[in-house]
Design a binder for this molecule. Sequence first.
Ligand SMILES: *[C@@H]1O[C@H](CO)[C@@H](O)[C@H](O)[C@H]1NC(C)=O
Ligand SMILES: *[C@@H]1O[C@H](CO)[C@@H](O)[C@H](O)[C@H]1NC(C)=O
Ligand SMILES: *[C@@H]1O[C@H](CO)[C@@H](O)[C@H](O)[C@H]1NC(C)=O
Ligand SMILES: *[C@@H]1O[C@H](CO)[C@@H](O)[C@H](O)[C@H]1NC(C)=O
Ligand SMILES: *[C@@H]1O[C@H](CO)[C@@H](O)[C@H](O)[C@H]1NC(C)=O
Ligand SMILES: *[C@@H]1O[C@H](CO)[C@@H](O)[C@H](O)[C@H]1NC(C)=O
Ligand SMILES: *[C@@H]1O[C@H](CO)[C@@H](O)[C@H](O)[C@H]1NC(C)=O
Ligand SMILES: *[C@@H]1O[C@H](CO)[C@@H](O)[C@H](O)[C@H]1NC(C)=O
Ligand SMILES: *[C@@H]1O[C@H](CO)[C@@H](O)[C@H](O)[C@H]1NC(C)=O
Ligand SMILES: *[C@@H]1O[C@H](CO)[C@@H](O)[C@H](O)[C@H]1NC(C)=O
Ligand SMILES: *[C@@H]1O[C@H](CO)[C@@H](O)[C@H](O)[C@H]1NC(C)=O
Ligand SMILES: *[C@@H]1O[C@H](CO)[C@@H](O)[C@H](O)[C@H]1NC(C)=O
Length: 499
Amino acid sequence: MPSTSLRAGLATSTLLLALAAAPPAVAAEESILGIYVFHRHGDRTSKSFPPTLLTALGAEQAYASGEYFRQRYVAANASSRVFNVASDIAVLPQVAVTTPVDNVLQGTANFFTQSLYPPAGAAAKQTLANGTVMEAPFDGYQYIPVNVVSTAASSSGSENNGWLQGGSGCNNAIISSNNYFSSSDYLETLNSTGAFYKSLLPVINSTFPTAKDSYKNAYTIFDYIHVSQIHNASIPNADLLTKETLFQVQTRADQHEYGLAYNVSEPVRAIAGSVLAGQILQSLNTTARAAPLSKSTARLSLQFGAYGTFMSFFGLANMTAVSPDFAGIVDYASSMVFELVTNSSIANATEALDPSELSVRFLFANGSAGLVGGLTEYPLFGQSETVLPWTTFTDEMNKFSIRNTVSWCNACGNNTGVCDPELLGTGPSTSNSNATGSSSSSSGNGSSGGVSRPVAGVIGALVTLAVLLGLEALVMLIGGLRVVKKNVAVAGKAASNSA
Ligand SMILES: *[C@@H]1O[C@H](CO)[C@@H](O)[C@H](O)[C@H]1NC(C)=O
Ligand SMILES: *[C@@H]1O[C@H](CO)[C@@H](O)[C@H](O)[C@H]1NC(C)=O
Ligand SMILES: *[C@@H]1O[C@H](CO)[C@@H](O)[C@H](O)[C@H]1NC(C)=O
Ligand SMILES: *[C@@H]1O[C@H](CO)[C@@H](O)[C@H](O)[C@H]1NC(C)=O
Ligand SMILES: *[C@@H]1O[C@H](CO)[C@@H](O)[C@H](O)[C@H]1NC(C)=O
Ligand SMILES: *[C@@H]1O[C@H](CO)[C@@H](O)[C@H](O)[C@H]1NC(C)=O
Ligand SMILES: *[C@@H]1O[C@H](CO)[C@@H](O)[C@H](O)[C@H]1NC(C)=O
Ligand SMILES: *[C@@H]1O[C@H](CO)[C@@H](O)[C@H](O)[C@H]1NC(C)=O
Ligand SMILES: *[C@@H]1O[C@H](CO)[C@@H](O)[C@H](O)[C@H]1NC(C)=O
Ligand SMILES: *[C@@H]1O[C@H](CO)[C@@H](O)[C@H](O)[C@H]1NC(C)=O
Ligand SMILES: *[C@@H]1O[C@H](CO)[C@@H](O)[C@H](O)[C@H]1NC(C)=O
Ligand SMILES: *[C@@H]1O[C@H](CO)[C@@H](O)[C@H](O)[C@H]1NC(C)=O
């Protein structure tokens, strides 16, 4: 009994896959100065049986995605080669990779980087003073640092966290997500799907007791069934899992998770998307301010994270105006990309370009880009163009981005730990520290821009907690952003995509 509210992610793969077939229209004279990528982990084991692990299939999905990115952005003959980026032997300052403390995400990042910059073989040979020629093990293997960022709330047990905001540590976001459980959408769905979930019990009763067999656990039930479909050849009462049933299991999970990740009237619920937006701005800004000829600027910035962050960002960036499919859980190894592009001649550019010469293109692949036909352009913010002038892009992102600790603490209503006013240098509790997540708290903060001296002090303190890549990572740390939850993808589709 799929209801109309299900519009959400269903058919996700179908539509996105169809769109993905369209060839990218890139002008010949256009140059890409850098990219920012947010990437989901590959196929993994069920969250019902911790520890959750990346599977061989998931590793292959990550590897295939990295290969796609290499062929598009990095290789000497790449179709949209990033200007001035090293093609075969990685120049480490050009590549910035981050993940939270999570073995599935870290493994995904490692397989991805291994195909992004494969073993260099003879090209990486070095000659010692005494004339002996050395080659690194594994055919000149290259190890790209994958920087780990722990969350402020140190809830690194993400895989066991059954609930979207559990790992964020953002008080108002947790309260807001909890509000979903008293919304009419939730209560009505809980009621109307009672019989549906009851009918599934024979399939899941070895793991889910009757009391947990309801829409309340839509995600974990979906995850269990989805993983079983991919990995377990003997699912009890599998005959109950018809196409329609699987479709509803998945779309109910989409509906449930989107409800926890985003709500137009409570932007703080999408805190993960706000912090990601701040990181994207910070990273692209750094690239934009560097001379195109600079060899040491980060040009390939990659962050690995959870589907919940995709959902929060898609909600904030109004991607559901493009298609309701953007309200669905993205498939394993999905990626979204922000390309910083220009049509100016930069062959000899030793100085940064004027912001008026810059633009940003958004692309997304639902599933491993190397296995689903590549990336597809989509318009951000409910606009019609897929390439936006830099100033338009930054103005829109600033409406919801969170870029520093004070802003995060204000939006979240936190005032202990890293948000202790004394530590922040903001004095006794700020007046809006009890904010309940009104849109003004996050949007106002977004435009506040740079890092104040007191905040810099906090950053200093936090840097000792993890290997960081500047403010970007700091924000991530504070945001605890990565909702540690790993997730699942579109049920049957994901399986067929990756098979
Ligand atoms: C680029 O070169 C590699 C080998 O160096 C080759 O396998 C690949 O097909 C080439 N790609 C394109 C788009 O020509
Ligand atoms: C050259 O130096 C390396 C490293 O110290 C050593 O392993 C190798 O045996 C030396 N080769 C010769 C010919 O001395
Ligand atoms: C924010 O406040 C909540 C509730 O008090 C707490 O659980 C969480 O750990 C705090 N987050 C941080 C980063 O201190
Ligand atoms: C579910 O909805 C039906 C019809 O609206 C109503 O009669 C019933 O009492 C509801 N059940 C619960 C448990 O709320
Ligand atoms: C699960 O349901 C099946 C079919 O109703 C039943 O045969 C089986 O005993 C149940 N298993 C458990 C653990 O309750
Ligand atoms: C498949 O599912 C059955 C029933 O839940 C379980 O007993 C079995 O261990 C599972 N096998 C695998 C490979 O996960
Ligand atoms: C957003 O939250 C408000 C208030 O909690 C609620 O009334 C509304 O139904 C929610 N919107 C959606 C689409 O869930
Ligand atoms: C980058 O950010 C700084 C500080 O917020 C700002 O002054 C500068 O104009 C930004 N650069 C671009 C190209 O937008
Ligand atoms: C570059 O010019 C081409 C052709 O006019 C246009 O399609 C493309 O959108 C431009 N790119 C940027 C970044 O302005
Ligand atoms: C870049 O500089 C070189 C050498 O100075 C010159 O030959 C070339 O024409 C310049 N290219 C552009 C696009 O200005
Ligand atoms: C999203 O974009 C659509 C189409 O431009 C617009 O009508 C709608 O108001 C936007 N929604 C939000 C929340 O900005
Ligand atoms: C914040 O909440 C606390 C406890 O609920 C209350 O005592 C305090 O007055 C509130 N502060 C503001 C500024 O609303």
